[in-house]
Design a protein around this ligand. Structure first.
Ligand code: ADP
Ligand code: MG
Length: 680
């Protein structure tokens, strides 16, 4: 709603509300709330049922509820910890309210005969059911029945309680009465605003809440789809450099590769080259499981551009991966007379200057880099193609930033995070999709085992035995937070420990803090077989390709999500040796962690893992926005709302055909942030 502009109350800043000063506005900003519209769309994520007092004979331990009773007695108990015990009765049973922290006046206020209404969790205490520190209020008379609406609980931030947010939401709703929002006559809640209003203060009918939520989620997903469609339409009107088939340098690469393309690689390469032949900018998503061979497809595309004297920018999410692409492409392209350059954030100034110069004057026809390639000061002579690898690591926003002389280059986005078909339809509606659905021949699925930390010694022994007879392996260290410092400490101590316990084996250590030159040296040593075991942080997660490595141990695997585990495991099983992956975990496992490890044991199929991952985790990751700290959807959760995606697509298409005004309203409601980059 942010885009509705000044004339709409919805676009007004939150500071327009009474009681919201700059300090509060800053806290709200942290929740992504800047305008009244944002506030209205900040929906509760759960509710408390305070609509009915539960009788003392029907209390359920572990459940939060509202109770009302009369004080029978109150006394201080001097047990292990001093506490104030107040015994309530409601004619059907008794309940004890226990306070560990209390003031003299609180103690005095618990007068027998007074009424008390509490909301809190019930547990079983020494003398029957009790509540510890419930929210409570005292009444002289029996209090009236509770209001019939459920109490919303909002995603809150430090210093902002749900109750305060609730107050501002109410004020915002009042101000925004009559604002423009979609109206869809054949839905249970025709008016979006009615559904929103209901969700902030619903009656306790579960069906109605579900219907209202569905109405809002459908609106949001449709909004996303419409923005993508609009972007696609805009793109169709743009033109860029057409790259028709030229001197056929690709043929020469094919002869020199040393392997034959899989059927899938051949097909996808043809799709990409066909796109490039036209003036309309290519916008293609290439998805293929880890190890399916996406890099070579990228190489053929870059060759096509180079044949026309045009440049290609290839962006990788990590330095290690950029370095590796650089090496691979150097090996493939230099023999064809195509210069490849590397640009990363950690290069020294003279080297960087030299690279920038070579990119500017067109000497480097292929520039490989990290996000350093996005930075101002990088000018191309004739950029025609941008290839973005492992796209889930970049924000959606960045994927459009690279332009040359106001012109969009052709774009190829490669991802190893398989996205279920139903989702690509809506989420990547602005892109064409190619899929590498086949692995190069001879690959054996990685055998995966779980092992509790208590068996770590056994695991060390096995790894030592394997590596003593010439296998190579990774030992991956994880930390709880994504904190480089911690990760580094963990990796260093594991490195020391293992080196001590496996005398005779050669160890390497790699982590994000290592200077580029050392990283390269370590990776090169591992590739050349001079290192038996590479102790690594999760920096090796994406893309790293050392076909001889066939052993992987992931320390504290329970800390990682499925997508990350799958990516890591993809580092082994790239050659013809049967590979093994051991997931070391700290017991006891949470239910979700147990399920994740079971999925990893049961399948190597990236699509199946992605489906399962959606079920097991929260929203956000699939569009890659979590990395940049932005949430893609306000309410929709692809884990639970996937079934609405086809409906959103159908609705979006119908509106585009029959009701442009409503389509625009929906875009305005949800498109605020996305619209910003829709036009680039
Ligand atoms: P990813 O899709 O994960 O990026 P890569 O492009 O890194 O995969 O390829 C994985 C490995 O498979 C590389 O060593 C690459 O040289 C090799 N490879 C790619 N295509 C084939 C093929 N058709 N036959 C044999 N090996 C291949
Ligand atoms: Mg790759």
């Amino acid at each position: 709603m942010a885009t509705c502009g000044g004339e709409q109350p919805i676009g007004a800043p939150v500071t327009d509300l009474p009681g919201v000063g700059p300090g509060t506005a800053e806290k709200l900003e942290r929740l992504g709330i800047a305008t009244l519209g944002d506030l209205i769309l900040h929906l509760p994520y759960r509710y408390q049922d305070r609509t009915r007092s539960v009788g003392f004979d029907e209390l359920e331990p572990g459940k939060a509820c509202l109770v009302t009773g009369q004080i029978m007695a109150s006394s201080i108990n001097y047990g292990r910890r001093r506490s104030l015990l107040t015994r309530l009765g409601d004619g059907r049973g008794t309940l004890t309210v226990r306070l560990f922290h209390f003031s003299r006046s609180q103690e005095r206020s618990m007068r027998p005969g007074s009424w008390m209404r509490c909301f809190g969790d019930v547990r079983i205490g020494p003398s029957g059911p009790e509540m510890v520190h419930p929210e409570y209020r005292l009444h002289r008379e029996e209090p009236p029945p509770a209001p019939p609406e459920l109490t919303p609980v909002y995603p809150a931030t430090l210093g902002l309680t749900s109750a305060r947010i609730r107050k501002w939401v109410d004020a915002a709703l009042e101000r925004c009465d009559g604002a423009v929002a979609s109206s869809l006559p054949d839905m249970p809640f025709a008016e979006l605003l009615d559904a929103i209003r209901f969700l902030h203060a619903p009656s306790s009918e579960r069906d109605r809440i579900d219907a209202a939520r569905e109405r809002v989620v459908l609106d949001e997903l449709t909004g996303h789809y419409l923005v993508m469609k609009r972007r696609q339409a805009l793109l169709k009107r743009q033109s860029t450099i057409a790259l028709p088939s030229g001197p056929k340098l690709g043929r020469r690469l094919l002869e020199q590769l040393g392997f034959r393309l899989t059927r899938a690689q051949a097909k996808v390469t043809a799709e990409v080259l066909e796109d490039l032949a036209h003036e309309r900018p290519m916008m293609r998503l290439l998805q293929g499981d880890v190890g399916s061979g996406k890099t070579v497809v990228a190489a053929f595309a870059a060759i096509r551009a180079a044949e026309r004297g045009c440049q290609t920018a290839i962006m990788a999410p990590t330095e290690i991966l950029a370095e590796q692409h650089f090496e691979t492409l150097n090996g493939w392209l230099v023999p064809l007379g195509i210069n490849v350059g590397l640009l990363t954030g950690r290069q020294g100034a003279p080297e960087r200057r030299a690279r920038l110069e070579a990119i500017r004057d067109g000497h480097d026809l292929v520039a490989v880099g990290t996000h350093a390639l996005f930075q101002a000061g990088v000018e191309f002579d004739q950029l025609a193609l941008a290839i973005i690898d492992e796209q889930h690591r970049f924000g959606v926003h960045q994927r459009m930033q690279l332009r040359d002389k106001g012109r969009l280059p052709h774009q190829l986005v490669m991802t190893a995070t398989p996205i279920p078909r139903t989702l690509t339809m809506a989420l990547y509606a602005d892109m064409d999709v190619s899929t590498l659905d086949e692995l190069p021949p001879g690959r054996l699925p990685v055998r995966t085992h779980g092992a509790a930390m208590s068996r770590r010694d056994e695991v060390v022994d096995r790894v030592r035995n394997w590596c003593a007879v010439g296998r190579q392996g990774y030992w991956v260290c994880t930390t709880i937070e994504e904190d480089e410092e911690n990760e580094l400490n963990a990796a260093e101590s594991v490195h020391a420990e293992l080196a001590d316990r496996m005398p005779g084996l050669r160890f390497g250590l790699i982590h994000g803090r290592l200077p580029q030159a050392e990283k390269n040296a370590v990776m090169a040593g591992f590739k050349a077989g001079e290192v038996d075991i590479l102790v690594a942080t999760t920096v090796i997660e994406v893309g790293v390709d050392v076909p001889n490595a066939s052993v992987m141990v992931i320390d504290n695997a329970e800390r990682l999500g499925l997508a990350q585990l799958h990516q890591l495991r993809g580092r082994v099983g790239r050659g013809s040796t049967q590979a093994t992956c051991i997931l070391l975990y700290e017991a006891p496992l949470s239910a979700v962690a147990r399920e994740r490890l079971a999925v990893m044991r049961d399948t190597n199929d990236g699509f199946k893992i992605a489906e399962k991952d959606l079920e097991l985790r929260g929203p956000g990751d699939i569009l890659g926005t979590r990395q940049t700290g932005e949430q893609t959807f306000r309410l929709a959760d692809l884990g639970i709302d996937r079934h609405l995606v086809p409906r959103a697509v159908a609705l979006g298409n119908r509106l585009l055909a029959e009701d442009q005004a409503t389509a625009q309203t929906i875009i305005d409601t949800w498109g605020g942030r996305e619209a910003e980059y829709a036009t680039v």
